[in-house]
Design a protein around this ligand. Structure first.
Ligand code: SF4
Length: 167
């Protein structure tokens, strides 16, 4: 099977939740849209921080908010919950890495408006190395003929692919 193995930020997100989701996403198998959590996420993302919203696009990256603090650029991602904090952190770090490659030095902030929580993200050497390894793993997952086997994890019950995996 031929497949365009471009690594998108979305795949970084899924990789830290479930490798099987990476494979399914890579085959353009869209998760169920009647998953209520998808709509709640959209609503929070659209309504929260409306006044300071400055969504920007760089190549295939969409950044929710951007602000300047002196010489420092801060990019922010709005998330509905910190349940997937590791995924969110690595996805934001991936944006920082992409910006770094474009010559833009930035730091990140994850915003969880519902929880009134904010997490700073800095692109350290360790995180950079972890991202490089994650991208390598993602590439090998999407080159697999079949998806990784199902493995029940705590996120399955709210996953858009749950019917695909478990019915
Ligand atoms: S339902 Fe579970 S095993 Fe299937 S893709 Fe989602 S998280 Fe992974």
């Amino acid at each position: 099977m031929t497949f365009q193995s471009t690594i998108y930020a979305t795949l970084i997100w899924y990789y830290y939740i479930c490798p099987r989701e990476v494979w399914l996403m890579s085959r353009q198998l869209t998760p169920s849209q009647d998953n209520p959590f998808i709509d709640i996420g959209r609503y929070i993302s659209e309504e929260a921080y409306k006044r300071e919203r400055k969504e920007i696009r760089i190549e295939n990256i969409v950044i929710d908010l951007l602000r300047k603090e002196g010489d420092n650029v801060v990019i922010c991602e709005v998330k509905k919950s910190s349940r997937f904090e590791k995924s969110a952190k690595m996805q934001l770090a991936y944006y920082l890495l992409r910006l770094k490659k474009l010559g833009i030095s930035a730091t990140g902030e994850l915003l969880f408006p519902k929880e009134k929580k904010k997490v700073s993200v800095t692109l350290t050497k360790e995180i950079e190395e972890e991202l490089i390894s994650a991208q390598r793993q993602i590439k090998s997952i999407i080159q697999m003929e079949l998806p990784p086997p199902v493995r029940r994890i705590k996120f399955c019950s709210k996953c858009g692919y749950r019917e695909f995996c478990w019915s």
